[in-house]
Design a protein around this ligand. Structure first.
Ligand code: ZN
Length: 170
């Protein structure tokens, strides 16, 4: 495995529609493993192929950074259901370094995707996991969370506020 350079906002590949990933070849698996390594290296919870300059419809996600055993490989994913119920939550993106913003997402989704074994299956996600999947899925269509967020701000300020809040409550 190897890490790959993460493309940042302003580079055109982030704005293009990715093409079908197609059959799960050894080469495709190698790219996906590199994406997992890159995601972990950069302390992300998800990474879509266009973010490493690969215009294929696939992403990896590990919503819980402490749980290395639960990694999702989503090849040619399709979100088949979005709950009507939505909620706002804070998001950041490895392609938009050091920023965060509030994004409204469906609370629950159903997503169908091919796994590393070439089998297609359907997943149900809710809450933070559903948010991660919707964020990564958007990357496949050239959409960044900054297109739909409120209150885009420095992630560093966010940390500072947390520290101040902690100080006040102690
Ligand atoms: Zn992102």
């Amino acid at each position: 495995m190897a890490t790959r350079r993460v493309v940042v906002e302003g580079e055109e590949v982030l704005r293009k529609h990715a093409k079908s990933a197609g059959p799960v070849t050894p080469h495709l698996k190698e790219i996906l493993q590199d994406m997992v390594e890159t995601m972990r290296e950069e302390n992300g919870v998800g990474l879509a192929a266009p973010q490493v300059g690969i215009m294929r419809r696939m992403f990896v996600a590990q919503p819980d950074p402490g749980d290395d055993a639960t990694v999702y490989y989503m090849i040619d994913p399709v979100i088949t259901h979005y709950s009507e119920e939505k909620e706002w939550g804070v998001e950041g993106c490895l392609s938009v370094p050091d920023m965060v913003g509030d994004v409204e997402r469906s609370v629950a989704i159903k997503i169908e995707a091919t796994g590393l074994d070439g089998e297609r299956r359907e997943f149900d996600f809710e809450g933070f996991e559903a948010r991660v999947m919707q964020h990564e899925y958007d990357h496949l269509d050239g959409i960044l969370y900054t297109d739909k967020c409120r209150n885009l701000r420095s992630a560093f300020e966010e940390d500072e506020e947390d520290i101040e809040e902690d100080a006040e409550t102690k």
